[in-house]
Each structure stands twice: as C-alpha cells, then as structure tokens.
Design a protein around this ligand. Structure first.
Ligand code: GDP
Length: 362
C-alpha cells in the first residue's frame, strides 16, 4: 500500500468531512481551491495534501500549519478536510441540483464587489434544500480600492493594517452582502461574531489571489465540522462502501468508468456494486479501483494506480462493465453481505428522490 491512503478514515473511525465549493461563475471557486492546495503544499512537506480523483484531501496537520495560531490541532479529532475539485464542470452543475449526500459542508463563494448573482441564488437554494451547512467566502477583498495586501495573512491582521478608507470600503461591501443573505432568508454575520453556526451563517472575507483569509476559512470549516458534523463522521470504516457518482468518463484501456466520491465504508476490487443508471440500476462487478498516480510518475503509461481497496472519505475512479449508462449524481453501493435486491431497492429509492427534487426545481 502506498502512503496515499493516509488521509482516509482515522483509527477512531471518524472520516474526513467532504467540502463542496459553490458559487457564481468567475467569483473565484477554482482560484480558491488552487490557493488552498497551494498554501497547503508550500506550508508543508510532501504528503501535505493528497490528490484524489475529483478531490483534494488536506489533513489536519496541514490545516493547522496554514491556519497558524488560529487552530490548535489538539482541539480536533477529525482527520482533515476533503475538498471536491470540480466546481466549474458541467456534471457538477447537474449534481448540485441533485443535492443530497454529496457534501457534508460547503463554501459559497461570492465576489464582494459583484455580490449576489443568479448562480449564487441557485446555489443557496440547493444548500437550503439539502440542509447543507455552509460558510460564505466573501472573495476578492484585494480588489477593494486602496487595498494593501498581506499575503496569506489571517483576516484580522490584514484588516487592521489597511487604511481607514480601504477598511470602510470593505465594511460597506461586507454589510451589503450580509443584507443580501438576509433577503434570502439567512441570518449572517462576520464569522468572528457568530456564536451559533447552526443559526447564523459565518462570512469569511478572503482573497483567492493573495491568500488573505485562507487561514480563517480553513479554521472555520474545521471548526464547523468538528462541532456539528462529528457524529455524522463516525462511520463503520469496514462496512460496505457508499458514494455518489461525480462523473461518467471513457478511459483508455478501461472503457466507461465512474468518478465517485465515497462517503461511507470501504469498496474492494471484485466486489459487486449497484450504480444508479439512466434507465435502471446497474449491477456490476468492480474490475479496478483507480487513484491518481503521484506527480513524479506521470510519464508512466497510465495516469492511475490500481488499488485493492479504498475507504471513505475519498475520491476514486471505478472501472467496471456496463457503466456507460451510469448517471452523474446517482448513488453507488457496495452489496457485500446483503441481498442484491435490497440494495437495488435502496438505489431506486434514492434515485426517485433525486427525480422528485429535480422536478420540483424545474
Ligand atoms: P470560478 O469561475 O468561480 O471558478 O472563478 P475563477 O477562479 O476562474 O476566477 C475568475 C477570475 O477571477 C480569474 O481571472 C481569477 O484570477 C480572478 N480571481 C479569483 N479570485 C480572485 C481574488 O481573490 N482576487 C482577484 N483580484 N482576482 C480573483
């Protein structure tokens, strides 16, 4: 086994919370993920982050290094954060509207100057419908006229270092944004004023360009997960795997494959799985479980490493016969010691829910 497995469930059986990044086009979702990945790599040595299929794992140690004095790692027993990587991808849009089990928590990215836009509202509805807790990243604070950036600084430090003018310009925009959140039914405030994150949405001013506020964002995500998600993160790591299809892709040498985010249990090579399909659930046997090859070995003939098993939370690619008709957003279940028919019914029930909620939105 390679050391790429270190970011999955910890020995206590608490898995990594899955974080989705949503928001209007061009508000900075991709840049924010890049910045988080970048700061994690710069701050740490090798192993600071682990690249999954469709996701990036940032372990607690790395979160705490990036967050500096904001995070005391002994306050946490969750293993870190798993960020889903594909905010701009079409299937992610489909999947967002299917809501549900994809993410445990979310970051809603809003450009502080541009404010609420159609996809911001769409994202907020999805978060509301799926009861997904979220924080707002009020992005691009460096674009406030007169802003004097302090690379990778926590918000408070950079805020105090600004001119009165720049500070009050930022305040104006932040309060406008808090007002818009309120118009959409969310009581929100700057994150350091929020006492109860179940009642109020925390707003974290950030810049995906300069890295300002990234320590705060990671701290808030870690804190939220630890406080409200811990029970949900206690999984039977050895149990039958459950996940969601992110994407269906043809892969040279493998045929149709599915990229999956696994949120429960374990999946093993050769196991029988049930996958939601366009017409009916697909029952098939896993031919290969694939994870990305470390960057250094990228010249090898395949971009993927075959692994014998994968445990939640993780992003992985599954190669198996008959996956052509699999659907983005659909459930994946390992059958293991259960009746196949029961598992098929489970998948059907979940798909029915998906269809109903899609119709309601339409
Ligand atoms: P996405 O469509 O939400 O993924 O947005 P991108 O991450 O592609 O960002 C859209 C544009 O905004 C790009 O040109 C980014 O360089 C720029 N951008 C993103 N975040 C920031 C930021 O914090 N500050 C500034 N100045 N530009 C940003």
């Amino acid at each position: 086994m390679s050391d790429t497995d270190t970011t999955q469930a910890s020995s206590s059986g608490l898995r990594t919370p899955i974080v989705a990044v949503l928001g209007h086009v061009d508000h900075g979702k991709t840049s924010l993920l890049d910045k988080i990945r970048g700061s994690a790599v710069i701050e740490g040595e090798a192993g600071a982050i682990t690249q999954h299929i469709g996701a990036t794992a940032v372990p607690l140690d790395t979160v705490s290094r990036v967050a500096g004095s904001l995070v005391d790692p002994t306050d946490f027993d969750l293993p870190g954060l798993l960020f889903i990587d594909t905010p701009g991808h079409h299937s992610f849009t489909t999947l967002r509207s299917r809501g549900g089990a994809l993410a445990d928590i979310a970051v809603l990215v809003i450009d502080v100057t541009d404010g609420f836009q159609p996809q911001t509202i769409e994202a907020i509805k999805i978060l509301q419908d799926s009861s997904t807790p979220f924080v707002v990243a009020a992005n691009k604070i460096d674009t406030v006229p007169g802003w004097n950036p302090r690379e990778d600084s926590p918000v408070q430090g950079t805020y105090d270092a600004q001119s009165d003018r720049a500070r009050s310009r930022l305040d104006e925009r932040l309060y406008e944004l808090i007002g818009e959140l309120s118009d959409h039914g969310f009581s929100a405030d700057l994150y350091w004023r929020v006492q109860d994150f179940q009642k109020n949405v925390g707003v974290v001013p950030v810049s995906a360009m300069t890295g300002e506020g990234i320590p705060d964002l990671l701290t808030v995500l870690m804190g939220l997960s630890q406080r409200y998600m811990k029970e949900a993160m206690a999984i039977d790591v050895e149990g039958p795997g459950a996940g969601t299809v992110l994407e269906v892709k043809d892969e040279k040498g493998f045929g149709a494959t599915v990229d999956v985010v696994l949120y429960d249990g374990t999946i093993r090579e050769d196991e029988t799985i049930v996958v939601g399909g366009t017409n009916e659930p697909i029952v098939t046997d896993v031919r290969a479980l694939l994870q990305p090859r470390p960057l250094a070995e990228i010249r090898a003939e395949s971009r993927f490493d075959r692994v014998e098993e994968v445990s939640a939370a993780a992003g992985l690619k599954i190669a198996a016969p008959d996956l052509e008709a699999a659907m983005a957003g659909a459930p994946v279940r390992v059958v293991r010691d259960r009746e196949i028919d029961d598992v098929i019914r489970e998948v059907e029930a979940e798909l029915a829910e998906v269809e109903v909620s899609t119709e309601e939105e339409g």
